[in-house]
Ligand binder design. Structure first.
Ligand code: GAL
Length: 429
């Protein structure tokens, strides 16, 4: 993690309004207008794995190309899912020393920053550039809070993908059928175990990996509509399907590598592709990571949507916001946001990241078969938002969930899990 004493205290106090004032003119400035190369931009994110770093560099190169002489400080903080990065960011926001832009999930997590008065209103930028019409309605809506835009999307990830090792499965004579639901999956995994292999690779050193596994099971058991109703308090964590999901989760955890809490999400995905186990549940950033590690799709690894009755797309959005106050380099931040919306940048980013572009005009014809399938599914499946990634609900509720999963991993106490989540439904939603 970046040490706080490394943080630069900016003397520039630039309100969001002056960013908006810079909007429009900066796009028309000739390249090289930032004379002397003194222009800077500091970006924070949690993109530090091989594929994440490469994908982030596509964005950094993109903004540099749009603004000659710009120096970009990539202040990424490691830790998959971003809890370390968000902690470091919170300290900076508290100290009044924000970066120029930071990574954020839309909807729930974004709303927490809006409620805290920490992110700038970008509605004027959106309107001027007519961005809403350039992306699916679901995506545009997720970037809003109370009808105003506060973030800019770079891509759409799917959280509920089961990555599989074809050789390990075929050795155990197992074929995972997504339509077989969670019961079918568990019996397949037990068959793998009986054949002498480790069924599941998990890397929950950062707790989001197991939070996401449990959420995939709950979605499959309860269905997409009930999942959505959790967050409007019309469906309870006390429901029988959730209880069943907790039992399933316990079983699946017992079929995983014993060192799961010592390894990271990307290590677990690579272990699966290397043949150490049969399956790994992970968002499709794992696709980017496996390809980055020179694994061959279809040969070294394959994929199915996490088994269930419906085709559910667990949407995990990535984007960037800028601070409401004390922005150090407003004009460069503006150029950054515009770069993110460049269709070619979105395509090139997706190629490294495993996501699909957020803008409809981005060309996906050169992206992988997996991504073509994901794009189709995003248009036709039931799209829900991830809680493990604080999109379905605000940061506080998502943290309660992460903590409850962590405790459950140790205790296996379903009643305690349900009690803390039902309490949070009453008080934190
Ligand atoms: C998610 C993010 C992804 C990926 C993942 C693992 O929160 O949306 O882009 O980076 O964390 O770090």
């Amino acid at each position: 993690m970046r040490a706080p004493n490394k943080l630069k205290i900016s003397l520039a106090v630039t309100a969001a309004a002056s960013l908006i004032a810079a909007t429009g003119c900066s796009a028309n400035q000739p390249a090289g207008s930032s004379a002397g190369g003194s222009d800077k931009l500091e970006i924070t994110s949690w993109w530090t794995s091989g594929s994440e770093a490469d994908a982030l560099n596509v964005l950094i190169d993109g903004v540099k190309a749009s603004k000659a002489g710009l120096a970009v400080d990539n202040a990424a903080v490691s830790g998959g899912g971003g809890s370390n990065a968000r902690q470091a960011l919170a300290a900076r926001l508290q100290a009044g020393s924000p970066p120029d832009s930071w990574q954020v999930h839309p909807a729930g997590q974004l709303k927490s920053y809006v409620d805290g008065g920490q992110v700038a209103d970008l509605t004027e930028l959106w309107t001027q550039n007519d961005w809403a019409s350039q992306m699916p309605k679901d995506v545009a809506e997720a970037q809003q809070v109370n009808g105003k835009y506060y973030t800019v999307p770079i891509g759409v990830h799917r959280g509920n993908v089961l990555w599989t090792n074809p050789a390990v499965l075929s050795k155990a004579n197992v074929k995972i059928d997504p339509a077989g639901g969670v019961d079918g999956l568990i019996s397949s995994l037990k068959q793998v175990q009986a054949a002498g292999a480790t069924p599941v690779c998990l890397g929950d050193k950062d707790i989001f990996a197991s939070s996401q596994l449990l959420e995939s099971i709950i979605m499959s058991r309860a269905g997409a509509d009930n999942w959505k109703k959790i967050f409007t308090n019309e469906y309870s964590f006390d429901a029988p399907e959730v209880k069943q999901a907790l039992e399933d989760y316990k079983t699946i955890l017992s079929l995983a590598n014993k060192d799961h809490s010592a390894i990271t999400w990307d290590e677990a995905s690579k272990k699966m592709a290397n043949g150490a186990c049969a399956v790994n549940l992970m968002g499709d950033w794992a696709y980017g990571e496996l390809v980055n590690a020179k694994k061959k799709p279809g040969t070294d690894f394959a994929w199915v949507t996490f088994p269930g009755k419906e085709d559910i797309f667990d949407y995990v959005g990535d984007g960037f916001s800028i601070p409401a106050n004390n922005i150090p380099h407003a004009e460069a931040a503006n150029a950054w946001l515009k770069t993110l919306m460049d269709p070619k940048v979105q395509t090139d980013f997706a190629a490294k990241k495993g996501s699909i572009p957020a803008v409809k005009s981005a060309d996906i014809s050169g992206l992988s078969q997996y991504q073509q399938e994901a794009a189709k599914s995003f248009a036709s499946a039931k799209v829900v938002s991830s809680l493990a990634h604080a999109q379905a609900a605000g940061a506080e509720f998502a943290q309660t969930y992460a903590d409850a999963v962590s405790t459950f991993n140790g205790s296996g106490n379903a009643d305690a899990f349900i009690a803390s989540m039902t309490q949070a439904q009453k008080t934190q939603l």
